[in-house]
Design a protein around this ligand. Structure first.
Ligand SMILES: Nc1ncnc2c1ncn2[C@@H]1O[C@H](COP(=O)(O)OP(=O)(O)O)[C@@H](O)[C@H]1O
Ligand SMILES: [Mg+2]
Length: 243
């Protein structure tokens, strides 16, 4: 039986922007006319479940759904009818994260730009390359950065470590928080330029499954951003992470 595209957003850290990114991806998919659902694995916070509740209370469209989840296999079985399923990961649970990774079609790790953010992000990315999975990625998404210049410096560090970033970044802005507080995604703020950069990040992520090349591929082997057919368990970029 077919199922929708499963996009996992994972990180060992809390507060990096996992839920923010999940809500953005799901609302962008919905804006594209797709049925989108967030499975919220951070059952302590339930940020995405609460966000959808706010959205419903305010009758905001397009409609996005969310439910708390602790069993990925069961949850995917129940939610076969959605076009896009976004997994909002839980922080600090390596075993549970590995269970999510195994079920994803695309893997995204949101990260800040500081050394303190990048070190655990790259450690997780390396660990993911050693796990059995068939997902494309992990792709790193720069979130909560101060400026595009700061994002670009972080990008250089990430590339030197052998990993790929999603084009674009989410800068830290009160306008993004204010939107989220009332059930809107960071692509649905009152500020067109903030919306445009957030939505373009989401479109790049949604495009990975479609293989439209929006991920920065420049010097990377083609199988990184394109179809990995025939080599489902090949560790992504293994051996390039030694710097
Ligand atoms: N780009 C941003 N600009 C401003 N606030 C942000 C941004 N990204 C996230 N936040 C805020 O930071 C907090 C943590 O983000 P969240 O997405 O919940 O992180 P996580 O799910 O990784 O714990 C939330 O209050 C969220 O609104
Ligand atoms: Mg969260």
């Amino acid at each position: 039986m077919t199922r929708g595209q499963v996009i996992g957003v994972v990180s060992q850290k809390g507060g990096v922007g996992k839920s923010t990114l999940c809500q953005l991806i799901a609302s962008e998919a919905a804006a594209q006319g797709k049925q989108a659902k967030i499975l919220d694995f951070d059952v302590k916070q339930m940020s995405s479940v609460e966000w959808v509740r706010q959205r419903l209370e305010r009758n905001l469209t397009p409609s996005v759904e969310a439910e708390p989840s602790s069993d990925i296999r069961k949850a995917l079985k129940h939610n076969r009818d959605y076009d896009v399923i976004v997994l909002d990961g839980m922080p600090g649970r390596p075993k549970r994260t590995a269970e999510l990774v195994a079920q994803c079609d695309v893997l995204i790790i949101p990260t800040g730009a500081s050394r303190t953010d990048l070190a655990p992000t790259l450690a997780l990315a390396r660990r993911i390359t050693t796990l059995r999975h068939t997902a494309k990625g992990p792709f790193l998404a720069l979130c909560r950065v101060a400026t595009a210049a700061e994002a670009n410096r972080a990008r250089a560090t990430i590339h030197a470590a052998g990993f790929v970033t999603i084009e674009g970044e989410l800068v830290e802005r009160p306008g993004y928080r204010q939107a989220q507080d009332v059930g809107r995604s960071v692509g649905e703020t009152s500020f067109p330029s903030l919306n445009a950069s957030a939505r373009s990040l989401a479109q790049a992520i949604l495009g990975i499954g479609a293989g439209d090349g929006s991920v920065e591929t420049n010097e990377w082997p083609t199988w990184v951003a394109n179809d990995r057919g025939g080599e489902p368990n090949r560790p992504l970029l293994a051996g390039r992470g030694s710097k």
